[in-house]
Design a protein around this ligand. Structure first.
Ligand SMILES: Nc1nc2c(ncn2[C@@H]2O[C@H](COP(=O)(O)OP(=O)(O)O)[C@@H](O)[C@H]2O)c(=O)[nH]1
Ligand SMILES: [Mg+2]
Length: 494
């Protein structure tokens, strides 16, 4: 690598010359000086300036499959034998792929090595759950392309992958709400949820207008957090504030010590007034910085959804997931949220991929139906995202394929099964249930509040990761991870 990349690109030079001609000698001499000072810079500095960076966000609710997705994606990009759906792999332009120190000094690094070690050990296990934002930089060395390719030498592209909880996006909806509005919405929901019984009992004797006292505030916050945690575990997605579930180093701080209270305002010094103050602090000190530092800088985004798990849990869980996903997607729509638009200042995510994960739970004959379901779930929001210029796509994928397919005879007819290993070492072959051809057969009853599916019975088996016979050059086995990668970053590699 000799010269700074930007100046070696003849198109850049042509541009400054054209500009100079049009604007006279002053510009000409300025561009000359800039060019000189750039050429005298060290390679490292010029690299930092000129090598293109693509920031890819990976999100989804807890357990959607983010950690496994990133680990398998990075592994398969470094050993691309199973990534034949990527044009860059077909054409051989990728000359090298390696991990590099990430640019953001204060973000935890995505723990790629440990996650991969867990998945590829002799007794493979799924990586431990992660609960915060993390980042990994993957760098590509690529053959030169284009008319001036032979002049420019190899290209570089850095992909910064940012893993962050989808629960944090749901908090965006809080930005436009006052404490009174948020409280009213939450309190309207709670009587219908058995998980909230204890919180409601704790709330009952409390007078919101009484003088604030910390033990009461803490007791309510604790009971409310317990409700959110249980509701989340039971498959509800509308569990804001998201940081109550994933507090990180904010645990126990006042900004997470509030709960909804009835009423529209509070007298000075009252519990209501103090809770409202903390709610506002949560917005300005927790939500806002997250969106400012991470979200607004993303170029591409993948939203992972465990649709099968929601189908398995039943209509209410599916409807809840659909709504949560619509809310997540709305965050990517410029203008959807006044606060957010002011942060974005016109910048927008260019591509959004919705991926239904863990497709290896289904025989491939059902994958198209899973994709159709994901697509239908996201249609409203997707149309709006399209409208804003972002390109979108729905896929069903398995980041790590834990099953093999099998067809067996059962009572005289063929049944399509997937077989895998359970965590206790036994093998199990299952048919997770037939998804309907038409996704509205599931989505309509879900929307109408049905209690259970009338036709069909959907089970989900939790398989262990497969014991692998590793072939050099081949990454972890997957389903359509290469199609996902092609959509997300493929255009920048060729
Ligand atoms: N069969 C299968 N299970 C998966 C796959 N990806 C994730 N899982 C399961 O989903 C769990 C949660 O995945 P993880 O990546 O930790 O989710 P995160 O919370 O979104 O980071 C894992 O522990 C696995 O049990 C996959 O591709 N296939
Ligand atoms: Mg994770």
């Amino acid at each position: 690598m000799g010269k700074p990349y930007g100046l070696q690109n003849p198109r850049h030079r042509a541009y400054s010359v054209r500009n100079a001609n049009r604007s006279g000698p002053l510009i000409n001499s300025i561009t000359g000086r800039i060019a000189q000072s750039l050429e005298s810079m060290s390679d490292t500095v010029s690299e930092a300036f000129f090598e293109p960076v693509l920031r890819v966000g990976v999100t989804g609710l807890s357990r959607a499959g983010k950690t496994v997705f990133i680990t398998a994606l990075v592994h398969n990009l470094m050993e691309p034998g199973r990534m034949q759906r990527m044009r860059a792999v077909q054409t051989g332009v990728i000359k090298g792929v390696y991990l590099q120190p990430q640019p953001d000094m204060t973000l935890p690094r995505f723990d790629y090595e440990n996650h991969l070690a867990a998945l590829t050990s002799d007794s493979p296990r799924w990586p431990d759950g992660t609960r915060a934002v993390s980042e990994l930089r993957l760098s590509f060395r690529l053959s030169p392309t284009g008319l001036f390719g032979s002049l420019t030498g190899p290209r570089k592209l850095h992909i910064d992958i940012v893993d962050y909880p989808g629960e944090w996006i749901l908090d965006l909806a809080l930005m436009g709400k006052s404490y009174a509005e948020w409280s009213a919405e939450v309190l309207a929901r709670l009587p219908h949820r058995p998980q909230a019984a204890e919180f409601l009992a704790a709330l009952d004797p409390v007078d919101p207008q009484a003088k604030h006292d910390e033990p009461t505030a803490q007791g309510l916050a604790r009971a409310f957090t317990a409700y959110l945690t249980q509701a989340r575990a039971d498959g509800w997605s509308d569990c804001t504030p998201g940081r109550f579930l994933l507090p990180g180093d904010l645990a126990g701080s006042p900004v997470l010590t509030f709960a909804p209270l009835p009423g529209t305002e509070g007298t000075r010094g009252s519990l209501w007034r103090e809770m409202s103050r903390r709610f506002e602090a949560y917005k300005s000190k927790v939500i806002r910085p997250f969106f400012e530092t991470h979200f607004t800088r993303l170029d591409r985004q993948v939203v992972l959804i465990d649709v099968l798990e929601a189908v398995h849990r039943g209509p209410a869980a599916l409807e809840d997931q659909r709504r949560a996903m619509a809310e997540v997607l709305a965050a990517f729509r410029p203008g959807a949220n006044g606060f957010f638009s002011s942060l974005l200042r016109g910048k927008r995510v260019e591509k959004i991929l919705f991926a239904a994960t863990k497709a290896d739970h289904l025989h491939h004959t059902q994958h198209a139906k899973l994709t159709a379901l994901a697509e239908a779930m996201l249609r409203d929001a997707r149309d709006r995202a399209h409208f804003s210029g972002a390109e979108t796509k729905a896929l069903s994928i398995a980041a790590l394929r834990a099953t093999v397919e099998e067809t067996r005879m059962h009572k005289g007819s063929e049944v399509d099964l997937v077989r895998g290993q359970l965590s206790d070492g036994r093998q199990a072959a299952v048919n997770a249930g037939d998804l309907p051809e038409d996704p509205s057969r599931l989505l309509a009853p879900a929307r109408e509040g049905a209690e259970r599916w009338l036709q069909g019975d959907y089970g989900v088996m939790h398989f262990a990761p497969p014991v692998l016979n590793r072939t050099p050059g081949q990454g972890l086995p997957h389903i359509r991870l290469d199609a996902a990668a092609e959509f997300l970053i493929g255009d920048r590699l060729i």
